[in-house]
Design a protein around this ligand. Sequence first.
Ligand SMILES: [Zn+2]
Length: 112
Amino acid sequence: MTNIVLPSDLVFGNEHSFLEFVAQNAYEHKQWLTAALTSNITWQTFPLFDIGSEPSGWLQVHQQEHLNITTALGINGPPDLQTVDLKNEEQFYQWLLLHTAEHQKIEQALGL
Ligand SMILES: [Zn+2]
């Protein structure tokens, strides 16, 4: 479980693959907590499996959880993963890259 698994058909405008990605992201966040607990490290989590119809709430708590994780692990904080218009194709792909890099950084810190 090293890299975030992006659904192979994850392209801008494909709602189904994006929801799959959202679930995969939430699952990875859960795996990190499980891994960290073995070192007695923990952080506050939020429900991330359901993005809802308006993603701003999800983006906000997702950002907060990323911040909680990096703080707990003592590594550099996350970039801004909250300010994005996911309905803008360019921003959508930039956000995916940024988010994937952040996941890799955390997995490296956890030794995953
Ligand atoms: Zn994430």
